[in-house]
Design a protein. Structure first.
Length: 116
């Protein structure tokens, strides 16, 4: 499985961005997908996850009510709609996929910068 993120950029506080993650390869092996982020000098942290079978979602407390994760199994894509962005949302956002036969796969990351 290969993952490619897109949609990052620079936005002012209060603005919105939509990230996308396109999966290719043995996508039938994917059990869940997620978004993580890493700010400079900090550890990578969970943002949101979603299961491919039933669409169950999980969010970090810091993004609940502002971010929405979704997936399109037919197109093998996952998205993260980010609203009401804050400067503390700045970081590199990584897409990942987890599956029984593929293990854990990461994308290359996309930069999100929120200016105050």
């Amino acid at each position: 499985v290969q993952l490619v993120e897109s949609g990052g950029g620079l936005v002012q506080a209060g603005g919105s961005l939509r990230l996308s993650c396109a999966a290719s390869g043995s996508t039938f092996s994917i059990g869940s997908m997620g978004w993580y982020r890493q700010a400079p000098g900090k550890k990578r942290e969970l943002v949101a996850t979603i299961t491919t079978a039933d669409g169950r979602t999980n969010y970090a407390d810091s993004v609940k009510g502002r971010f929405t994760i979704s997936r399109d199994n037919a197109r093998n894509t996952m998205s993260l709609q980010m609203n009401s962005l804050k400067p503390e949302d700045t970081g590199v956002y990584y897409c990942n996929a987890v599956g029984l036969h593929i293990g854990l796969i990461w994308g290359q990351g996309t930069q999100v910068t929120v200016s105050s």
